[in-house]
Design a protein around this ligand. Structure first.
Ligand code: GTR
Length: 421
């Protein structure tokens, strides 16, 4: 017994000591001086002067994010089948059409199912649709009693020690404050949501579960981490949406909160079919400038979540200044399509100022492409959204998604898609 405890301590100590040593900086005066990589300068030092050159430079930046941060997606040799498992015309008391679609990813005799829950306004053909992962199962986003419970890892895995039964009936509607579906549909938008654990369970198991089990490729230091896997999953949902006659696939907005905000940025950068990207409180390695080392740092995120990024990224633990890219360039990769970054005033862990500054520093790329860019140089006051090709707001309160956030996203989308008020 004593031996076993010692062995456990031996395994845990390096992690515990790193976790204990880490003290987040929340003092603006202690933010180090830094120089950001310039998205409009090629790796060889020559400047980018027009749209055509930007396309080439975009490839350089994308490649660095792939190889050094999120990891490279292996070749997919499988196939996907979609099955509509339920359909209602009278959802939300007649306000919406609803369907649940099971996407079956198949590779030989291996198969996983990804469930998509879709709410659309009755007259949906031209409605922009927010595609967004949820954290705990599709049934947590709605109180409707017949939406299916997840049958993936939340319910049948003990790795996270989940004990609150959120994958059961007890979780139904538990996240509705983050999913104002009625308000969204009333304003003429649709919502497609997927439980992210269907695609890849969020724990460090050496990439043996989720869609990873489909890819036989040997892993190396640039192989994809879970964020890239989740982003890939959003592209598979997009493959389906393109086939759904109730949906205009030209108007799909990819939106995510927190780790799933980081995911939406990488999905928006990787798949140009997404018309718009929204990152809610995405923080470290999402929208926030890493070189500021404010709140959560690269070292801290790689220690707490070693499976989110590729192994190469660990080289930059406590050495953010050596990163060949920074997060403003992740936003720039989304150009010319619009992108919205949002912060919460009490969410210092996510570095609101760093999230704002990324918008400022990504703006020259949009401007080079003849677009408005980001029309602010100073942080706006609370609840005062700034909207150009890049949009930003900071609201009071905690790390969360609120109706206020959604209303801003809908305002921005309504502007971009020229919807009537
Ligand atoms: C935190 C993590 C953040 C953010 C958040 C979340 O623990 O440090 O980067 O991703 O989780 O996703 O809720």
């Amino acid at each position: 017994m004593k031996k076993a405890i010692n062995f456990l301590l031996f395994l845990l100590l390096p992690w515990l000591s790193m976790a204990q040593q880490f003290v987040a900086n929340y003092d603006e005066a202690k933010v180090p001086a830094y120089t950001l990589p310039d998205p409009l300068i090629f790796n060889d030092g020559t400047p980018v002067t027009n749209k055509k050159e930007w396309e080439k430079r975009r490839g350089e930046i994308y490649h660095i994010f792939e190889k050094e941060v999120f990891g490279v997606v292996p070749e997919w040799k499988g196939s996907m089948k979609s099955v509509v498992v339920s359909q209602r015309k009278d959802a939300l008391n007649g306000l919406a059409k609803r369907k649940e679609v099971r996407l079956e990813l198949i590779n030989g005799n291996r198969k996983i199912a990804v469930m998509v829950l879709i709410y659309l306004p009755q007259n949906s053909k031209d409605a922009p649709v927010f595609l967004s992962y949820n954290f705990d199962g599709n049934h947590t986003t709605t109180v409707e009693p017949d939406v299916l419970l997840p049958d993936s890892w939340v319910s049948n895995n003990k790795e996270l020690g989940i004990s609150d039964n959120r994958a059961t009936e007890k979780g139904r509607g538990a996240a509705i404050s983050r999913w104002p579906i009625k308000e969204i549909v009333t304003r003429g938008f649709g919502v497609a949501t997927v439980y992210y654990g269907d695609v890849d369970p969020d724990f460090n198991d050496g990439f043996k579960n989720g869609v990873h089990e489909f890819f036989d490729a040997k892993r190396d230091s640039s192989s994809w981490g879970s964020i890239a896997t989740w982003a890939w999953g959003l592209s598979r949902v997009m493959d389906y949406l393109e086939t759904d006659k109730d949906i205009n696939a030209q108007k799909v907005i990819v939106m995510g909160h927190s780790r799933l905000g980081k995911t939406s940025l990488w999905a928006g950068a990787s798949d140009q079919r997404f018309a718009m990207t929204i990152a809610n409180n995405s923080g470290s390695c999402g929208a926030a400038i890493s070189r500021r080392k404010f709140g959560e740092t690269v070292g801290r995120i790689n220690t707490a979540f070693p499976h989110w990024f590729c192994d190469n990224f660990k080289k930059y633990n406590e050495k953010e200044e050596l990163m060949p890219v920074d997060q403003h360039e992740l936003l720039a990769l989304i150009a010319p399509r619009p992108v919205y970054v949002a912060s919460a005033a009490e969410d210092l862990w996510a570095d609101p100022k760093g999230e704002f500054l990324s918008c400022v520093y990504a703006s020259p790329v949009y401007q080079l492409l003849g677009l408005k860019g980001f029309p602010a140089k100073d942080m706006p006051a609370l609840n005062t959204p700034v909207m150009g090709s890049i949009a930003y707001h900071i609201r009071p309160g905690k790390h969360d998604v609120t109706l206020y956030d959604w209303n801003c996203y809908m305002d921005f989308a309504a502007l971009y898609f020229k919807m009537k008020k």
